[in-house]
Design a protein around this ligand. Structure first.
Ligand SMILES: *Cc1c(COP(=O)(O)O)cnc(C)c1O
Length: 409
């Protein structure tokens, strides 16, 4: 039986090679790679010229809308390696009452494992499987570990996951439940990353840290591809993206370049707003200082666990995309994040995660500062279902054996 019935029989990737994001040095495709020799992320390259001649835009439009409709622009060569859990196209949900008339939330909480980490990890795990990797370790703030655990367990790859010991309880448990060995560590995500790096140097496992393997970014870039298709091949005016390691922002920026090279979109680009929490804003500081690399943010803290990333190996790629786009890196306070989550839930019925709330809070600030206008078409990213996060108590209780005061209900 075909394990992935949604994937058409005619399957072809136009992948040609990989390239160091800093030096442009070339690396062979279809090999196991970590970082480049310069210690930077590797980017996957495709023969866009050949694809331009072979695959018209309309061919994509005729396919099912899941992630695999973008197969030519993805690194998996043989669909038998795809470890799918049903990666659907996520909807654009208007939030007119809490956001504004032209504000749409791309709701990534609908993906397998409840977050957009599924996009990156389905690709990275499928490639690991294709390349014969059997043991993977990863540092995580929660959602990436959950997605890795799910996809890896599904194809028999062993996983060891390290998270800060104050990672939301539900994330730690979902990781364990989906078959990984998950360790709580008394440190932040980069401290966990150091353990993963040391184990990899000892040859114990393959290092799946953000951007330290080349394929997660290819999965994440499908957010940009999808956006283009959903908006009739005209990109929005601005995108607000909650930025930790920045995979999604870098991936979307790469996707837009690929789409333009194919002639599927024009040269218009959205302003990219990298949103961080005021308690952990290394990209905002680097952006404002006008530098290419961000220093580690000390004593990082925020309610938005997914963007509590003190240091990012792809810092220069995030900053370049933001600057080239005419956007900004913006920091928002935790109270504004929680207020935004509350407003969207109560007024528009959409329960976002705190990181999603951060994008609405940042949009509100950007609007007040005149960085965007009310007539602009805006995309906010809600990266995870709000159901994974602590919610305020709901303490009302009724004793049905006593007389009920219906006026008070
Ligand atoms: C991982 C994560 C982010 C940050 O995504 P990056 O692409 O790594 O910057 C934001 N929000 C949530 C909920 C996440 O899990």
């Amino acid at each position: 039986m075909d394990p992935n019935p949604n994937i058409h029989r005619q399957y072809r990737s136009f992948v040609t090679h990989l390239e160091c994001s800093l030096t442009g040095e070339r690396y062979e495709a279809d090999r196991v790679h970590g970082l480049s020799r310069a210690g930077r992320p590797l980017l996957v390259r495709y023969d866009l010229e050949a694809m331009r001649g072979a695959v018209p835009r309309i061919a994509i439009q005729g396919r099912p809308t899941d992630m695999w409709r973008w197969r030519e622009l993805l690194p998996v060569r043989d669909p038998k390696h795809i470890v799918s859990l049903g990666e659907i196209e996520t909807p654009l949900v208007p939030i007119p009452r809490s956001g504004g008339t032209h504000v749409l939330v791309k709701d990534e909480g609908r993906l397998p494992t409840g977050s957009f980490k599924a996009r990156g990890l389905v690709m990275a795990v499928s490639m690991a499987r294709a390349l014969g990797i059997t043991r993977i370790a990863m540092p995580t703030n929660g959602n990436a570990g959950a997605a890795l655990a799910a996809y890896a367990s599904r194809c028999g790859i062993e996983t060891i996951i390290f998270c800060p010991d104050d990672t939301p309880e539900i994330n730690v448990r979902e990781i364990a439940m989906q078959g990984a060995r998950v360790w709580r560590v008394n440190g932040l995500i980069d401290d966990c990353g150091a353990i993963v790096g040391e184990g990899a140097r000892q040859g114990r496992w393959f290092d799946f840290s953000t951007l330290k393997e080349p394929y997660r970014i290819e999965g994440k870039k499908t957010m940009g591809l999808e956006l283009a298709a959903q908006l009739g091949w005209e990109l929005p005016d601005a995108i607000f993206y909650p930025t930790g390691g920045g995979t999604g922002l870098i991936g979307m920026w790469k996707a837009f370049a690929e789409l333009e090279a194919l002639g599927w979109i024009g040269s218009k680009r959205p302003k990219m707003f990298a949103v961080q929490a005021a308690g952990c804003a290394p990209m905002v500081r680097a952006f404002e200082d006008g530098v290419e690399h961000a220093e580690r943010w000390e004593n990082a803290h925020t309610v938005a666990a997914g963007i509590r990333v003190p240091r990012a190996v792809g810092d220069f790629l995030i900053l370049r995309a933001v600057r080239e786009s005419g956007g900004r890196a913006l920091a928002v306070e935790d109270n504004a994040i929680l207020k935004a989550v509350d407003d969207t839930a109560k007024r528009d019925g959409l329960l976002m995660c705190p990181e999603g709330g951060a994008t609405l809070a940042a949009y509100r600030n950007a609007l007040a500062q005149g960085l965007v206008s009310e007539d602009d078409r805006i995309i906010l990213f809600n990266c995870s279902t709000g159901l994974k996060y602590p919610m305020p108590e709901a303490p009302l209780w009724l004793d049905r054996t006593q007389p009920i005061d219906f006026d008070a209900l």
